[in-house]
Design a protein around this ligand. Structure first.
Ligand code: PMV
Length: 333
């Protein structure tokens, strides 16, 4: 069949994900190969919707994110994915890409995972390609490492692999497997101090990076088992150990990166206090100051109310485990 006939405007939606075991440091920065496996949960209330269309009517690639035309590095990263797909599909048409996040752009919540996984699905389908989950995970990873994990439903493990063809994500459990909540506690709305790209390369300059890697085998196995056996306390302890490990690496990189602010520490102390009261929830923190509070569904309302009252907190977003990257019918243009 003539390939040109199959190309159509396509829209995809994809969730952001929270890493329980983190990807921090790249073995191969060109194609985003990590040093270690990572484990995550897809988030129901933080997603990106993206529409892609290839057409002869476009004279150049144009990318719009949350209503603004993307330029510079932001645009280049999107065009890189368009080029990979164009090459594979044998297309030459330019494209229009329109993308919207359903969470506030100024919330300092990483959108690269949801953005690049939505882009990978929308672009490949718009070009007439039907990728397997593995291929979709690999294509998403080329845009942003953590995007590799957003493609599967629910709980995911990104297997580091040995090269670009063997580094992709598999499902650990479906969304309904464990009724956890991720309360994203927003304590800063400005752009984060150092991008994750900067953080990944700085990580290798920390004298503690080797120690982190030597600890990870035990921690990954422990956290994976705790998740599959739904052992919440054990899971939470490993979750926090892992978050601190990432931030210890960041703070001891050269130059150091301090992602936390006053609000971050306030939330951590509150969680310790609540545990004394018998209310159990655990934190994890990505490359920014906002805190992800992981709790059981039954405790989520109570916790959310208490956390929202803290002076350093702007707002919270309560997430359930979600399905992964999927097609959507309504286009953005
Ligand atoms: O996908 P990137 O390059 O934006 O890196 C993500 C890094 C962390 O969010 C801090 C950890 C992770 O595994 O998601």
């Amino acid at each position: 069949m003539n390939k040109e006939k199959k190309i159509t405007k396509t829209t995809a939606v994809s969730p952001a994900n929270i890493a329980f075991i983190k990807y921090w440091g790249k073995k191969d920065a060109k194609v985003n190969i990590p040093f270690n496996n990572s484990i995550s949960m897809n988030l129901s209330d933080c997603s990106t919707k993206t529409t892609v269309e290839f057409s002869r009517k476009y004279r150049s690639d144009k990318v719009f994110i949350d209503g603004n035309e993307a330029q510079g590095e932001k645009k280049e990263r999107v065009v890189e994915i368009l080029n990979i797909v164009r090459k594979k599909a044998g297309l030459s048409q330019k494209a229009r890409v329109v993308s919207e996040n359903n969470f506030p752009a100024d919330a300092g919540i990483a959108s690269s995972a949801s953005a690049f996984s939505a882009l990978a699905l929308a672009t490949s389908r718009a070009a007439g390609m039907e990728l397997s989950l593995k291929e979709l995970s690999i294509l998403s990873r080329l845009g942003s490492g953590s995007a590799a994990r957003s493609v599967v439903d629910g709980f995911a493990e990104w297997k580091k692999g040995k090269n670009s063809q063997t580094s992709y994500t598999v499902q650990l459990a479906p969304p309904s497997y464990w009724d956890l909540r991720d309360i994203v506690v927003v304590v800063a709305k400005e752009k984060k101090k150092a991008s994750s790209t900067e953080g990944h390369s700085a990580a290798l300059t920390s004298p503690h990076y080797k120690t982190r890697q030597s600890e990870l085998k035990r921690r990954i196995k422990g956290l994976r088992n705790a998740l599959l056996e739904k052992q919440f306390k054990k899971f939470g302890e490993l979750l926090e150990e892992e978050a601190i490990s990432l931030h210890m690496i960041a703070m001891t990189s050269k130059p150091p990166i301090y992602y936390w602010n006053k609000g971050t520490v306030e939330v951590i102390h509150k969680l310790l206090e609540l545990r004394e009261e018998g209310l159990f929830a655990y934190f994890t923190i990505d490359a920014g100051p906002n805190v992800h509070v992981i709790c059981r569904a039954c405790d989520s309302n109570k916790l959310n109310k208490r956390l929202k009252k803290l002076p350093g907190v702007f707002f919270t977003i309560v997430n359930k485990p979600s399905t992964g990257t999927r097609l959507a019918e309504k286009h953005l243009f």
